[in-house]
Ligand binder design. Structure first.
Ligand SMILES: [Zn+2]
Length: 112
């Protein structure tokens, strides 16, 4: 085992600076900090929010009729809606139109 240990690459933890064996190419933190970060509420909130956004904003896989029906539910044309989604301005646009919870609106949308 002593022979093998010589090949271990150590990285400095980005959080506490502790030297920690690199067990994967993406490793940035020592095991203690990695655990802390994974459990932090900010991280959880962020990933949940990201999932939710992906969920309703992702137009891939939706039929044209579906996207058109969604656009109409927001009082937008198909072109306005897709342009806003792809530019990332959809949140601001919908908020300015009084749609606080776009996901809830979309749940009631039925494509013809
Ligand atoms: Zn650390």
């Amino acid at each position: 085992m002593a022979q093998k240990e010589k090949n271990i690459v150590y990285i400095e933890c980005h959080c506490c600076g502790e030297k920690t064996p690199r067990t994967s190419p993406n490793r940035k933190y020592c095991s203690r900090c990695a655990e802390k970060i994974a459990k932090s509420p900010t991280r959880k909130r962020r990933s949940k929010a990201a999932e939710r956004l992906l969920d309703w904003r992702d137009l891939r896989g939706k039929s044209l009729n579906r996207v058109d029906a969604e656009a109409k539910a927001f009082g937008l044309s198909y072109g306005q809606y897709t342009a806003a989604v792809y530019s990332g301005g959809i949140d601001a646009l919908l908020r300015s139109r009084g749609f606080i919870d776009p996901k809830a609106v979309l749940m009631g949308v039925k494509a013809r």
